[in-house]
Design a protein. Structure first.
Length: 276
């Protein structure tokens, strides 16, 4: 009887072991997801064009053709193809505006031919009263939204002659989406460059005018407003004023920094200037 009980106990134990062993044979599965990340970039292209975005200045021009002086920004007899439905919120300072403007495509096409075409024709052998339209734009050719800043360097030694041209920034930009501490300093000093920052390039001193776009520019887009309009020679400049001048450079430069991670353009370019 004891042998039967022992045998039965062993059978129960073996069965228990078998059950336990079976309970360790889990149903399992494993899945994975491959997450691909791309690295962004910030790239820009500086465009120079004869076209002011809204073709301003016609009211200062005389006749139907482009004058030597007066109507400094106006490109005569050119149709603007920017359409009213895409018009930005434009502060006109009381001027009438029909909502038309030069499109990005027109600006980019003109920029390709500008240096060897319009600029080459108008920038040579300038005389008192001569005017060259010079409108900078910046295209975001990178993958990320970017804050944009344009810098214009004007020779200190010729500033009064050029400034009296007048050569100037565009109020339409400063009234809308662009800020400039240099312009504020110029205006505060009674329209003189006394407190405008100076830099030196290749032994030549320049007044430095920085213009910062307050809104980021998206990939593929072009800054809407041109911050500068023209370079001109004062019509009252004398031979004495110009005798030391054979040629002169006005330098246009552009900076860009990612928009992500910064509260605004001011913070972004503070970081840019610290780390450049």
């Amino acid at each position: 009887m004891k042998k039967k009980i022992l045998a039965l106990s062993m059978c129960i134990a073996l069965a228990a072991i078998a059950i336990v062993g079976a309970s360790l044979a889990y149903f399992t599965d494993t899945k994975s997801e491959k997450n691909t990340f791309t690295v962004g970039n910030v790239k820009i292209e500086l465009l120079e064009s004869q076209y002011h975005r809204v073709n301003a200045g016609k009211g200062n021009a005389t006749g139907e053709t482009e004058p030597l002086s007066g109507g400094y920004l106006w490109a005569a007899n050119v149709d603007m193809k920017g359409t009213a439905e895409n018009t930005p919120n434009y502060v006109t300072s009381g001027e009438d505006w029909d909502g038309l403007y030069f499109s990005d495509a027109q600006i980019e096409a003109d920029a390709k031919a500008y240096k060897d075409g319009y600029f080459a024709e108008h920038s040579q052998n300038m005389v008192p009263g001569a005017n060259v339209r010079k409108n900078p734009y910046v295209k975001n050719t990178g993958a990320n939204d970017a804050y944009i800043r344009v810098r214009v360097l004007v020779p200190v030694s010729l500033f009064d002659i050029i400034d009296g041209g007048p050569s100037y920034w565009t109020d339409s930009a400063l009234e809308n989406e662009v800020t400039s501490e240099a312009v504020k300093a110029y205006n505060a000093a009674g329209y003189k460059a006394t407190n405008v920052p100076q830099v030196e390039r290749d032994g030549i001193k320049y007044y430095q005018f920085d213009f910062t776009y307050t809104d980021p520019v998206k990939p593929g887009e072009v800054t809407f407003w041109n911050v500068w309009g023209n370079i001109a020679i004062d019509k009252d400049a004398t031979a004495e004023d110009l005798k030391k001048v054979d040629s002169f450079d006005v330098i246009f430069e552009a900076d860009a920094i990612q928009a992500d991670g910064f509260a605004d353009a001011t913070a972004a370019f503070a970081a840019f200037d610290t780390n450049k």
